[in-house]
Ligand binder design. Structure first.
Ligand code: NAD
Length: 490
């Protein structure tokens, strides 16, 4: 296995540099107008490198490359696509520490979170290597007996994949892998904060044997107008977006103009309910993961804790002790549990939310301060939070736990569902009671007595304004396939 000493610069090509260029039609290149933007290490504010900005003509070139590559790629044998995906999985397994280190450097996350994401991210290549050879179809006689109804599935076409910064690898592989397995060609647009992880993965795909033009990488700045323009192009037939609900709504409007198929993985505001009778050890271990995985910057992060009065004081006491014991610091120092937020702006947003919560009556039981150096924010516990208060309505996206006390389970369920979001929910309690509550929660995913649900073999996605469609599982590939019905006279 290739390993790097902590703090070493990850070697990429023979010139030892990180990939910081666009990848279009199988070639790395600077933007046509030569502009670049800085990629910043949020743990100290230093610039890691300058990444190429894609101009409109670069975006057009990426679409042209994907369009030209589509017929041949769509016609490859599923087994061939499967084996390329499997090789990508194997390369990432070999280079897992390099992969994790790039994420740590540009995203700021803690080393265990980066290794966890690397493991999760590469698993999508293995999973969809297996799905590529199992694309379903149907064949039956019509009820009138006059024809055979043949239903096949074909790749939808050139796909635009837009990803956020919080899981820069996994959110990309969750789209790249099914799109490749389906036989689509694609253009990946990573978040501005984390383009280096995306570029590294594109290099891995090239080494795994993905032909030129099939995967392209662009980073336009500003993003909005460039993407709006691309969505007008008749060759672009799919948008797969992961990011905020606000941007997702805007993109759905744009997709309407050209009737582009849209899959949306959007924001969350996950409730976590601790029912009377819950096993506190299980609840605290699970809640810690649900809240603190990825430093709280997860769409699935437990955002609103509802804890029954009978357990509230003990829960708060013990959860606070666990938060206080977390080591916060640079991700490259591998023993730290909590890394930096992705940017100083995100750190300040979390600090503002805590200040507002305090103004609205919450009490700081643990933490509550930003760092002086780097974009860190202490693990924080707020008690006395009111349902419907600002912090309770807002996706915190940081290491802040906001606890609401409840007496009546029906009230807790009502409050848990009282949100425009429906991505994720957590319930801790005696199994039968917890399962009953799980059935009543309006969310695409519910964790019962556990803190993590993500699994490439499970359908990931939300209800209400948390999204449209599912990623992973056998559903994930269907987002990149279109059904075709062929009638054959019987
Ligand atoms: P964001 O919406 O600001 O950005 C997401 C991506 O969209 C980035 O690549 C960004 O550059 C791009 N973008 C921004 N404005 C755009 C525009 N006008 N047109 C086209 N693209 C645009 O989100 P973020 O801050 O990067 O990520 C955090 C959000 O993502 C949170 O709300 C989180 O819940 C959500 N998220 C959801 C899931 C999920 O699976 N449901 C997973 C991870 C993150």
């Amino acid at each position: 296995m290739t390993t790097l000493a902590p703090g070493a610069t990850a070697p990429r090509r023979s010139d030892q540099s990180l990939f910081a260029d666009l990848y279009i039609d199988g070639a790395w290149r600077a933007g046509s107008d030569g502009r670049r933007f800085p990629v910043v290490d949020p743990s100290d504010g230093s610039t890691i490198t300058e990444f190429a900005i894609a101009s409109d003509s670069d975006c057009d070139a990426a679409i042209a490359a994907a369009e030209a590559a589509f017929p041949a790629w769509a016609a490859t044998a599923p087994r061939e696509r499967s084996e390329i995906l499997r090789r990508a999985y194997e390369i990432l397994t070999d280079e897992v520490e390099i992969f994790a280190e790039i994420m740590v450097r540009e995203n700021g996350k803690a080393w265990p979170d980066a290794m966890g994401e690397a493991a999760y991210a590469k698993e999508f290549f293995r999973w969809f290597a297996e799905e590529a050879v199992r694309i379903p179809g149907d064949y039956r006689l019509s009820p009138a007996g006059d024809k055979r109804i043949v239903v096949t599935r074909q790749p939808i076409g050139v796909s635009l994949l837009i990803t956020p910064w919080n899981f820069p690898a996994a959110m990309a592989t969750r789209k790249l892998a099914p799109a490749l397995a389906a036989g689509c060609t694609m253009i990946l647009k990573p978040a501005r904060e984390t383009p280096l992880t995306a570029a590294y993965m594109v290099d891995v795909l090239e080494r795994a044997g993905v032909p030129r033009g099939v995967v392209n990488l662009i980073t336009p700045v500003p993003t909005g107008p460039a993407i709006a323009r691309m969505l007008q192009h008749p060759a672009v037939r799919k948008l797969s977006f992961t990011g905020s609900t606000e941007v997702g709504r805007e993109l759905l409007h744009q997709c309407a103009d050209t009737v582009v198929s849209a899959s949306m993985e959007l924001g969350g505001n996950a409730p976590l309910i601790v029912l009377p009778g819950a096993d506190l050890d299980v609840a605290i271990d699970g809640a810690l993961l649900a809240k603190m995985r990825n430093g709280g910057s997860a769409c699935t992060a437990a955002n609103r804790f509802y804890v029954h009065s009978s357990l509230h004081d003990r829960f708060v006491q013990r959860f606070g002790e666990r938060l206080s014991a977390l080591r916060m610091g640079k991700g490259l120092e591998r023993t730290n549990d909590l890394g930096a937020l992705v940017s100083f702006a995100e750190r300040d947003k979390v600090a503002d939310l805590v200040a507002t919560a305090v103004d609205e009556g919450a009490e700081v039981a643990v933490g509550g301060k930003p760092s002086e150096v780097g974009a860190f924010y202490e693990p924080t516990l707020l008690t006395g939070v009111a349902h419907g208060s600002t912090i309770n309505r807002t996706e915190i996206f940081g290491p802040v736990t906001a606890v609401v006390r409840f007496d009546d389970v029906d009230d807790a369920v009502r409050q848990a569902n009282d949100t425009i979001f429906g991505l994720m929910a957590y319930v801790f309690g005696e199994e039968r009671a917890a399962m009953q509550v799980a059935q009543r929660l309006d969310a695409g995913m519910v964790a019962v007595n556990r803190g993590v649900v993500s699994d490439p073999a499970a359908p990931f996605g939300g209800t209400k304004q948390s999204g449209l469609g599912r990623e992973g599982s056998s559903e994930g590939i269907l987002e990149f396939l279109e059904e075709k019905y062929i009638a054959v006279t019987a």
